[in-house]
Ligand binder design. Structure first.
Ligand SMILES: [Fe+2]
Ligand SMILES: [Fe+2]
Length: 262
């Protein structure tokens, strides 16, 4: 199984902080179409738009339509802190929601369960996973006995230090309990939000995040700074899932002068 994981396109009609989110996202889509047309799933883990407004969602839909991706690459979406749940639902009326109206759903492919969860709370950049949402996830997991993959926007753990993770998931303890209880079936967590490339394991489960296609950031390991910008490339990830392995590749899709070896 092959999964394309892209995050944080932050679509907006204009440049944001001097960077055009639209042209970079279009380049990523072209790269995906040209190199990964055989993928089984294309997931975009939130911050679909920068402001969560109608015009930006419509622009996103237009870009996807014009990209002419094959049907298997029709993107699976979740929302991030920059999205607006109500506006998102109006613009994507076919997206599934849980009984409480949160944008949470699952999809079964190849005997694997892919669960997409909603960590948005209006008017904050922090990630939130309330009891109602936890109950929905616990309920799905209790009925699942196959390999499972979680897609979420916010990082469920601090990626460097707790003190510098002000806008990560706030219910870390509760989420940790869910992961630990289900770490036999949950095989990987895909997330975005911090705009940095990361990978590792948490509660016995591996995880990975790509940079934003709009604004790539870099981690800082001191007490002084949280994140930074640099003259560096953006990316998306490619996950290859085999019966004996899970491999994450980072695609620097703006790369040039590619020379393949035979
Ligand atoms: Fe973002
Ligand atoms: Fe975010």
């Amino acid at each position: 199984m092959k999964i394309i994981h892209l995050s944080d396109p932050h679509i907006y009609i204009d440049k944001i902080h001097g960077i055009d989110p639209v042209s970079k996202f279009k380049k990523a889509l072209t790269h995906i179409k040209n190199n990964h047309g055989d993928a089984d799933l294309f997931a975009i883990t939130g911050d679909i738009t920068d402001l969560g407004d109608k015009d930006s969602y419509q622009l996103f839909i237009k870009i996807i339509d014009e990209a002419g991706l094959p049907k298997n690459l029709n993107p699976q979406l979740i929302i991030g802190n920059h999205d607006n749940r109500d506006e998102f639902k109006i613009n994507f009326p076919n997206i599934e929601t849980d009984p409480n109206g949160f944008i949470q759903y699952f999809k079964d492919i190849d005997n694997k369960r892919l669960i997409f969860i909603d960590t948005n709370l209006i008017n904050t950049h922090q990630g939130h996973y309330c009891e109602e949402r936890q109950e929905w996830l616990n309920n799905i997991l209790s009925k699942t006995n196959t390999d499972t993959y979680i897609f979420m926007h916010h990082n469920p753990l601090a990626l460097v230090k707790e003190e510098s993770d002000g806008i990560g998931l706030q219910q870390k303890k509760e989420f940790q309990q869910i992961l630990t209880k289900n770490n036999k079936i949950i095989k990987h967590i895909f997330f975005g939000h911090q705009h940095i490339t990361s990978s590792g394991s948490y509660c016995g489960i591996t995880f990975s995040s790509p940079r934003s296609t709009w604004s790539p950031l870099i981690p800082n390991f001191s007490n002084e700074y949280r994140l930074g910008t640099a003259n560096t490339d953006t990316n998306y990830n490619v996950a290859i899932i085999r019966s004996d392995a899970l491999i994450i590749h980072t695609e620097d899709f703006l790369k040039t002068e590619v020379n393949w070896f035979k």
